[in-house]
Structure formats: structure tokens, C-alpha cells
Write a protein of this length. Structure first.
Length: 181
């Protein structure tokens, strides 16, 4: 009888240890204080067929336009669309899109540092992306934080059928399409 009771207590203790280990494993931080290195997200790249011998010259990689504060407007360059709603800015303002390197999905939106009263919608297409080795479900828009030299995610929606990503922006900076490989 004593052996039976001891076996039940040992079993209960073992179950409690297993439950505790499972619970700890589900925590976002390691119980030992060791954090797994999360790889830096990567900028999406264009498939070589879209960049080799491209018909675009560097002059084609930039567009600017004064957008009416009262009416808003749209700015389109290659595979990037900016929709500026009425009231986003207080005065008519120069907006721009620049693609500094056509081989990656990275855009400079200007006037740099501009903040909006109403969010500006950006839509970026990744139809020309080289998706080999890319988990498409991790594609997202991020802005480049110059202070940390890292990308910071922006809330966005991915349309996998049309291969576009859309987000609302509250300030201008450099933005790119990134993914976890």
C-alpha cells in the first residue's frame, strides 16, 4: 500500500513538472534568460528578369507632385501608389516617391519627416519579387528607422491574389517590403 501511495505521489509530481515545463516553454522569454536570436527581416528583391536590361533609367525612378491640401490626390510610380486624402496636410505640399535601387522593394517618400493629420494610404505591389526562399505570409511594409538602422513594421494588409500590400502611413520616411526568410 505504501508503494502504491509513493508511486501515485511520484506520478503526480512528474505530471506537475511536465505541466510547468510546458507552461514555461510557451512564454515569450526563456526561463533561463536566454533569448533566441531573431533573424533580421530582409528587403524583398526583384526577380532578375525584371531588372536586367530594364527599360527604366534612373530618371524614371522618381516622381514628385504638389498635392492640394483641400482635394488630396494620388501619386503613382512603377509599383507604388500613394493616396493622399483631403486634409492630410494643412497646405498644398510637395509629395514624392523615389526608388533608389530598382533591384529591391525600398522607397523614399517625401517630403521626408512629414506627418499627417489624416493617414496616407500606400499600396506596394510585389508581383515582380523573387519569392524563392521567401515565406509569402511574412511579407509586410516597414519603415526604416535611421536612429536604430532597423526596419519597424507597419500595420498592413496583404492581398495574396493581387500580390499587393497596403498600409496607412502617418509620417514619411523610407519604406520597404520586408519578409522573414
Amino acid at each position: 500500500m505504501m508503494n502504491s501511495r509513493l508511486s501515485k505521489m511520484t506520478l503526480k509530481a512528474g505530471v506537475a513538472v511536465v505541466i510547468a515545463l510546458v507552461a514555461l516553454a510557451g512564454c515569450s522569454k526563456s526561463p533561463l534568460g536566454i533569448e533566441a536570436e531573431k533573424p533580421e527581416p530582409k528587403l524583398l528583391t526583384r526577380a532578375p528578369m525584371f531588372t536586367s536590361g530594364a527599360q527604366l533609367s534612373s530618371a524614371n525612378y522618381e516622381i514628385e507632385q504638389i498635392i492640394s491640401a483641400a482635394e488630396g490626390g494620388r501619386l503613382v510610380l512603377y509599383d507604388v501608389i500613394l493616396d493622399i486624402p483631403p486634409g492630410a496636410v494643412d497646405n498644398d505640399t510637395l509629395f514624392s516617391i523615389a526608388i533608389p535601387d530598382i533591384t529591391v522593394f525600398y522607397n523614399d517618400f517625401g517630403t521626408s519627416g512629414l506627418e499627417f493629420d489624416e493617414p496616407v494610404t500606400v499600396t506596394m505591389s510585389y508581383r515582380e519579387a523573387d519569392l524563392s526562399g521567401v515565406n509569402e505570409s511574412t511579407i509586410r511594409i516597414a519603415w526604416h528607422n535611421n536612429s536604430t538602422d532597423k526596419f519597424e513594421d507597419v500595420d498592413c494588409a496583404v492581398d495574396f491574389d493581387n500580390k499587393t500590400v497596403t498600409a496607412e502611413l502617418y509620417h514619411f520616411s523610407a519604406y520597404g517590403l520586408i519578409s522573414d526568410e
